[in-house]
Design a protein around this ligand. Structure first.
Ligand SMILES: C[S@@+](CC[C@H](N)C(=O)[O-])C[C@H]1O[C@@H](n2cnc3c(N)ncnc32)[C@H](O)[C@@H]1O
Length: 262
């Protein structure tokens, strides 16, 4: 039996808040019957699977100009953690994230994502990021208010003079690698599961992600089953299993673009 976790209603009957085991909040989509994060810890999953396993934490620590491409903006937790870390480290960041179902502002507000940063801090991560996260999140909610639910295309949120979120409202299956002059350092592949979201777990989509990465760049995701490993390998990635978050999945996926495969 999966553990019983606290659930909270939201003003939108489609979504309910899930309080995950590290204290951070995530969402459940009651129509798709999918969770946005693992119940064993949303903040831990975001940090370990995406920021840490992709080496983005190291790039930002080295104050490197960092470019990230995300499939599935969702609650914005991956974005918030990454942007807060970039600001704390004074590292330039371009973060492009695709989303075709923007969450209502009222639902986002209830997630109280700065709490997720505090949950990460309790685990010893993002210790310098608290105030940055609070400020970025409040400004993001304001930015969200300026978007309407039928909006499409690029919506730019200037987090700071050298930190940009390009929220692309549209279907990520339409992404074309030749649309990008500069390669990305990391791809956060944060789609729902291959069962619920098969359109994104395809050779076509993953080959595009591969082409968009720079040599040695990494695509990370939580799913590491044999079907996904085979798919990634067929697209040219060198696939390895990285450590999952504490108390969560034991192993998660790190798919690297080997320098000599370009
Ligand atoms: C697991 S959630 C993402 C969690 C998110 N990264 C976060 O930090 O909260 C998956 C997201 O992918 C979006 N999505 C699924 N298929 C998509 C597609 N083809 N194009 C754009 N967004 C898609 C869903 O609407 C959902 O918001």
């Amino acid at each position: 039996m999966p553990p019983e976790r606290p659930l909270l209603e939201t003003p939108d009957p489609r979504y309910q808040i899930l309080v995950t085991d590290d204290g951070s909040r995530s969402l459940q989509d009651l129509i798709l019957n999918e969770s946005y994060h693992s119940g064993s810890g949303a903040a831990a999953e975001s940090y370990v699977v995406y920021l840490r396993n992709s080496a983005v934490v190291d790039l930002l620590a080295a104050e490197r100009d960092t470019r990230i491409f995300e499939y599935g903006f969702g609650t914005g937790m991956n974005f918030l953690m990454t942007a807060a870390l970039a600001e704390a480290r004074n590292a330039p960041l371009y973060f492009e994230s695709w989303e075709y179902r923007l969450l209502p502002k009222e639902v986002l507000q209830l997630l109280n994502l700065p709490e997720a940063i505090r949950a990460a801090q309790q685990l010893g991560w993002l210790t310098e990021c608290g105030e940055h996260a609070e400020m970025i999140w409040n400004r993001f909610l304001h930015f969200r208010t300026s978007l309407d639910s039928n909006q499409h295309g690029s919506c730019v949120f200037d987090v700071a003079p050298n930190i940009t979120l390009n929220l692309m409202l549209g279907d990520a299956t339409s992404v074309q690698s030749h649309g990008y002059a500069k390669p990305f350092d990391a791809v956060y592949f944060d789609a729902f599961s291959p069962q619920t979201n098969p359109d994104l777990w395809t050779n076509e989509v993953l080959s595009t992600a591969y082409k968009m990465l720079r040599p040695s760049g990494k695509l990370t995701t939580y799913c590491v089953n044999s079907y996904v490993r085979k798919l990634m390998t067929e697209c040219g990635f060198k696939v390895s299993k990285g450590p999952g978050p504490p108390k969560g999945k034991r192993e998660v996926m790190i798919a690297s673009k080997e320098s000599d495969t370009i």
